[in-house]
Ligand binder design. Structure first.
Ligand SMILES: *Cc1c(COP(=O)(O)O)cnc(C)c1O
Length: 499
């Protein structure tokens, strides 16, 4: 069966999966969605015999139906190799009754690696299939983790340039250092004076700027996106939900057919939407818990049916979730509207115009797959401490937001629960240490020392060796120093491309 894609805002133009990946965002500003979410064809029994790569093929082939078997397997082989520090790729570990799905074993120690290690291969394969001659310019806004994972994925990939914008004051010290030390002659990293939403809006504006696109075309360039709006990001993320379910069956944690819950620390709604796709493919997921940090725009949306970004923006210890405009929610809106592109477009223009919209009661009734919860900064820190004290397991602040929602809500349900663990504690060492060690607060003298000292301390506490990604990081040479105002992003792109 072949699956075609169209925009969430109009159904007039349908495109192949490879074309959707190459383009990133539809011309009308909408997000590509499959005409139908395919059902799994392999049985749980068969999937349970496969490794991560085998499951990846079985899931992805259904969405990316215009890729040949050879093309897709080739992409999968190149992505899920020794870049990951465990052959399991996505280990599932039980701690204090919850099943933590560790998605941080890739090169940049956050879950974005799960999709961004394969996206460059999908994209270059897609460009070849579509006989695209232009050089692809990956334009990306990051709240910290996407940027580094995309830079690692695309560094020195033939016929691509990658430009990453990040909020100069809005990412962790480790995240910034990871990005500004990135090697690769096609990589460009720019700090902006603004927050993540400014960066994301700036990028979206460039994507739909016809004049700019024409200027690029003339110079032999074409934009694409590595953000989670790209269907090539979403599809590889469906894999680990399927994989975790079959792993639980294989181990005897559950029987085939038993339902599970998942709790997902959520920002741009990409990760949890992939869980929704897995459920619609046939994986028995009962509830998808959307866990927010103090920026709880999604929690409020699920409570009230109104999405309202007009509110104060907080910087938290989980910066990759510091988001007020959750892009991928547009795909869910499309589904709950009964696949109505007109209604979806109407709500999205209300969002860009008034900064808010309210869904209809009919739409609200279709949200029963989801539950929402949130954790403020104190609860996040407390959860890091609790999990450490109860299970000797050190989690990062993003995972702690999800774990907090697990204890508050999901743990009360009879089903077993997967808590999606999205970053290594080493990536957010300072906040993690303040969580596990009550004697450390903001004024501790440890913070005046080099972060390599914090890393040592974390090693001795967690008994987990520091991953390659943080060793030597603070001593690495800084290669990217450009900073711009949020209204200079377009000019900066033109400067980088020399057009
Ligand atoms: C990006 C990110 C998230 C949020 O994922 P979304 O797909 O944007 O909802 C959560 N935790 C970490 C560590 C991340 O990098």
């Amino acid at each position: 069966m072949s699956v075609m894609y169209h925009s969430t805002r109009s159904e007039n133009v349908t495109v192949s999966a490879s074309y959707a990946i190459m383009k990133g965002l539809a011309d009308d500003g909408g997000l590509y969605v499959p005409e139908e979410i395919p059902k799994l064809t392999a049985s749980v029994k068969d999937l349970a015999k496969m490794d991560y790569k085998g499951v990846a093929y079985e899931v992805m082939k259904l969405f990316l139906s215009d890729f040949t078997e050879e093309e897709l397997k080739n992409c999968i082989e190149k992505a899920y190799d020794e870049k990951f520090d465990t052959a399991e790729i996505a280990p599932l570990v039980e701690k204090d009754g919850a099943y933590y799905l560790e998605l941080f074993h890739g090169k940049t120690i956050a879950f974005k690696d799960m999709a961004l290690s394969i996206l460059p291969h999908l994209m270059t394969t897609a460009a070849k299939k579509n006989e695209m001659k232009d050089k692809i310019v990956i334009l990306t806004a990051t709240s910290g983790d996407t940027g580094k994972a995309a830079l690692e994925g695309f560094a020195d990939v033939e016929n691509t340039e990658i430009i990453v914008f990040y909020p100069k004051e809005g990412v962790s010290a480790i995240q910034e250092q990871q990005m500004v030390t990135q090697t690769g002659k096609n990589t460009h990293v720019i700090g902006i004076r603004g927050n993540f939403d400014d960066a994301q809006s700036g990028v979206k504006t460039m994507f739909s700027d016809e004049r700019l696109k024409a200027k690029l075309k003339e110079a032999g360039f074409q934009f694409s996106s590595a953000n989670s709006i790209n269907i090539g990001r979403l599809v590889p993320q469906v894999v680990y939900y399927v994989y975790s379910y079959v792993t639980m069956v294989k181990r005897g944690d559950i029987q085939e057919g038993d339902k599970i819950n998942v709790v997902v620390p959520t920002g741009n709604f990409g990760n949890i939407l992939a869980g929704f796709y897995a459920k619609n493919m046939g994986i028995p997921i009962d509830k998808l818990y959307c866990a927010s940090n103090r920026n709880k725009v999604l929690f409020d949306f699920f409570q009230s049916g109104t999405y309202d970004k007009n509110r104060e923006f907080y910087q938290t210890s989980s910066p990759s979730m510091d988001i007020l405009i959750s892009s991928n929610l547009e795909r869910l809106i499309y589904y709950i509207s009964g696949n109505d592109p007109r209604k979806t477009g109407e709500l999205m223009s209300a969002l860009s115009g008034q900064g808010k919209y309210t869904i209809t009661p009919d739409m609200e009734a279709k949200l029963q797959d989801f539950e929402a919860g949130f954790a403020d900064e104190d609860q996040t820190l407390e959860t890091i401490r609790n999990v450490y004290q109860k299970a000797n397991y050190v989690i990062d602040p993003h995972t702690a937001v999800a774990a907090s929602v697990y204890y508050e809500k999901a743990s009360k349900s009879p089903e077993k629960t997967v808590v999606v663990s999205t970053a290594s504690p080493y990536k957010f060492g300072k906040d993690v240490l303040m969580g596990v060690d009550e004697s450390l607060d903001e004024n501790a003298s440890l913070w005046k020392e080099s972060p390599s000292k914090w890393v040592e301390k974390l090693e001795s506490i967690s008994k987990v060796p520091a991953p390659k990604a943080v060793r030597g990081l603070m001593e690495a040479e800084i290669l990217h120093k450009t900073v711009c105002d949020k209204d200079q992003m377009e000019q900066t792109v033109c400067d980088v491309l020399k057009i």
